[in-house]
Design a protein around this ligand. Structure first.
Ligand SMILES: CC(C)(COP(=O)(O)OP(=O)(O)OC[C@H]1O[C@@H](n2cnc3c(N)ncnc32)[C@H](O)[C@@H]1OP(=O)(O)O)[C@@H](O)C(=O)NCCC(=O)NCCS
Length: 156
């Protein structure tokens, strides 16, 4: 089974992280990693990670290239997955699912997280299917009702 190793963003790895690329038809549906890292620099509730294959656990520095980027937010009872991003070279190998499971595992360790949720562009069927596979269902939440083109999901 595919497994991943999540590491904090550091001086040693941030350039590789900024060079990650999704497929050309996915770019308009995802958050920009530059912006995510800038947001995380000023907001301690945001937790960005770079993603490696699970075989890299214990290796410093890693022996294989970075696979992806992920970020969640912990605030007001929510553990909210803001970014899940697998480089185009590594997609459809199970890394997106393994990363989402690892994010959920980490969020469940925080006592202040009462609900785990996420959102995605309404046309982003890949990420929608991935989260549905993991048990996420549509989240009819009042404060998100007027957000255009975005679907909200939470983990039942
Ligand atoms: C969405 C994304 C993270 C999936 O990562 P991945 O490593 O390719 O996905 P996995 O191989 O782990 O697939 C897990 C499940 O996701 C779904 N899925 C993934 N890619 C899919 C695609 N292109 N079309 C339909 N379903 C897809 C499937 O349900 C799949 O399960 P299956 O293999 O049993 O069919 C990846 O496509 C990506 O990085 N996209 C660009 C960034 C993005 O849109 N992020 C979300 C918003 S921030």
């Amino acid at each position: 089974m595919t497994s991943v190793n999540l590491r904090p963003i550091s001086k040693a790895n941030y350039k590789e992280c900024l060079n990650l690329k999704v497929k050309s038809d996915q770019g308009h549906m995802v958050t920009n990693i530059y912006k995510s890292l800038a947001d995380a620099y000023v907001d301690p509730n945001l937790h960005p990670f770079c993603v490696y294959d699970g075989s890299q656990r214990g290796w410093a520095p890693p022996k294989q290239p970075m696979i992806g980027f992920a970020m969640y937010q912990i605030e007001i009872g929510l553990g909210f997955i803001l970014s899940l991003y697998i480089d185009h070279r590594f997609q459809r190998k199970g890394y997106g699912e393994a990363t989402a499971l690892e994010l959920i595992r980490r969020l469940r360790l925080h006592p202040e997280v009462e609900t785990i949720a996420t959102s995605h562009h309404e046309k982003n069927t890949a990420v929608k299917k991935l989260f549905e596979k993991l048990g996420f269902v549509p989240w009819d939440i009042e404060w998100a009702k007027n957000v255009k083109d975005v679907e909200y999901l939470h983990l039942k």
